[in-house]
Design a protein around this ligand. Structure first.
Ligand code: HEC
Length: 153
C-alpha cells in the first residue's frame, strides 16, 4: 500500500515544485519596444523638464541629493546621475536608481527611444528584465504618449 502511494505522491510533489519554480522563473508578458523617434523640439524638452523635476519627480530618485541640507535637495550638477538609497531607509537589499543621463557609457544614451518609453511605462529594462517596482511604472503607465515622449526628449 505504501509503495502504491509513493509514486503518485512523488509525482505530485515534483509537479508542485515545477509549478512553483515556473512561477518564479517565468518572465512577465512584455511587448517589444515601440519603433518611435521622439523629436527634440524646445517645447517637448521644456515639458519633459517640468515633468521630470516636478510632476513625476524622477529627480527625487535618479539625481544626487544633498542630505546635509533640509529635505535633501537635488544637486543640480548631479541631475539624473543615479542615486543609491541609504541602508537606513530599510529597503530590501541595495537599491539603486540608475544613471538615466544621455551618457552612452554610464547612462541610457545608447537606448532607443522606444526602449526608454517601455522602461518608464511598462517597467521593462533594455535587456528585458522586470524593473523593481520602486520605479513608479505602476503609476507612470497611465502617462500619455505626449508626456512620456517629452520625458524622453
Ligand atoms: C521612487 C523612486 C523612483 C522614481 C520617482 C523614478 N524612478 Fe526610475 N528607477 C528607480 C529604480 C530603483 C530603478 C531601478 C530598478 C531596477 O534596477 O530594477 C529605476 C529604473 C529606471 C530606468 C531603467 C534604467 C536602467 O538602467 O535599467 C529608467 C529609464 C527610469 N527609471 C526612468 C525614470 C523616469 C523617467 C522617472 C520619472 C518619470 C523615474 N524613473 C522615476 C526609481 C525611481
Amino acid at each position: 500500500m505504501k509503495r502504491m502511494l509513493l509514486l503518485p505522491l512523488t509525482a505530485l510533489l515534483l509537479a508542485a515544485a515545477g509549478g512553483v519554480g515556473w512561477l518564479f522563473l517565468r518572465k512577465p508578458a512584455m511587448a517589444p519596444p515601440r519603433d518611435v523617434r521622439v523629436p527634440m523640439t524646445p517645447e517637448r524638452v521644456a515639458r519633459g523638464k517640468y515633468l521630470f523635476e516636478v510632476v513625476a519627480d524622477c529627480d527625487g530618485c535618479h539625481s544626487e541629493r544633498d542630505f546635509t541640507r533640509f529635505a535633501g535637495p537635488v544637486v543640480v550638477s548631479g541631475r539624473g546621475n543615479a542615486f543609491r538609497f541609504p541602508v537606513e531607509m530599510g529597503l530590501p537589499g541595495e537599491v539603486i536608481a540608475p544613471n538615466i543621463t544621455p551618457d552612452v557609457e554610464t547612462g541610457i544614451g545608447a537606448w532607443s527611444d522606444g526602449e526608454k518609453i517601455r522602461a518608464i511605462r511598462d517597467g521593462v529594462s533594455r535587456d528585458g528584465r522586470a524593473l523593481f517596482p520602486l520605479m513608479g511604472y505602476p503609476r507612470y503607465r497611465y502617462m500619455s504618449d505626449q508626456d512620456v515622449e517629452s520625458l524622453v526628449a
